[in-house]
Design a protein around this ligand. Structure first.
Ligand code: AMP
Length: 283
């Protein structure tokens, strides 16, 4: 595995790979790697000649400074996992490398309705930060294919929009959510849960399953209220949202037609840790 910390050196190396007609696949991460990240890397390795993974905890996408400070960092373990996975290139930039002119004069992206609903409503500015870092990383890495996890459903839609806005020649590949044995979606944030919290955390997934199983039998608003009560009764402290939405626009749906292409999405706090998950409601 070759490790690059400097933008110029990586950019030059990638340019030489492209001159040799190698296809470049890219998996951006914030580190604290788990099997979910590794599944993206495996998919990338299968599809591309060269796989680039980045680890960068992007300060501009954290609306809550405490969340940024507490974000888990396990760099040594990450590098071990990446070496075991025969990663080709690891990009480990500093904040200065990514934002050489500072973080106060960064571009603004017109993300339309996507920006202020669900995650965007509860994390103002989050998706601007995501676009700032992904735009910069895509510029440096120049991938042919970009691999993202469906676990961050709205983020996938936002990055798809970014690719459209900038008319980038990049194919987006969205990979399924990897789950722990009990069903909890793998996440770097799970390691901040207490042992008791970890046991309760699976209720988020079970609650989404409950909605999926009943979505065509009961009214959506009633189901959502039942789901919220379940989460709070099991120890979740606060629910930002549980919403059934159109899978293409993320606009809220209150009643499902037989042909609806819908997704249920949720964000809730447990042990002070904000967990998110989603499930498709189509068969
Ligand atoms: P993060 O390090 O949390 O920014 O995630 C980096 C990438 O890994 C994003 O595209 C995430 O959607 C993806 N990812 C995170 N958790 C999972 C998971 N459980 N299954 C599949 N992909 C995931």
């Amino acid at each position: 595995m070759i490790i690059f910390k400097k933008v110029v050196a990586l950019h030059q190396f990638i340019t030489s790979l492209k001159q040799q007609n190698k296809t470049i696949g890219f998996v951006p991460t914030m580190g604290a790697l788990h099997q979910g990240h590794l599944s993206l890397i495996d998919a990338c390795k299968k599809a591309c000649d060269v796989t680039v993974c980045s680890i960068f905890v992007n300060p501009t996408q954290f609306n809550d400074p405490k969340d940024f400070e507490k974000y888990p960092i396990t760099l040594e373990q990450d590098m071990l996992l990446l070496t075991q996975h025969e990663m080709d290139i690891l990009f480990l930039p500093s904040v200065n490398e990514i934002y050489p002119a500072g973080v106060h004069t960064l571009p603004h992206y017109n993300l339309g309705a996507l920006e202020n609903i669900l995650e965007g409503k509860y994390r103002p500015g989050h998706f601007q930060g995501v676009c700032q870092v992904v735009d910069r990383l895509l510029n440096i890495v120049q991938p042919d294919k970009l691999f993202l996890g469906r676990k961050d459903y709205q983020q996938c839609m936002v990055i798809n929009k970014l690719i459209e806005l900038k008319q980038l020649p990049i194919a987006l590949s969205i990979q399924p959510t990897l789950r722990e044995e009990d069903g909890l979606a793998m996440s770097s944030r799970n390691m901040r849960l207490t042992a008791a919290g970890r046991k309760k955390a699976v209720v988020l997934y079970r609650t989404l399953l409950f909605i999926k199983e009943n979505a065509f039998k009961k009214g959506i608003p009633v189901l959502i209220e039942e789901a919220k009560a379940k989460l709070l009764a099991s120890g979740f402290e606060k629910i930002d949202y549980i919403t059934v939405a159109d899978a293409n626009t993320l606009q809220e749906i209150k009643a499902l037609g037989a042909s609806a292409n819908a997704v249920v999405l949720a964000a809730a706090f447990l042990d002070g840790v904000r967990l998110i998950d989603n499930l498709s409601l189509s068969a």
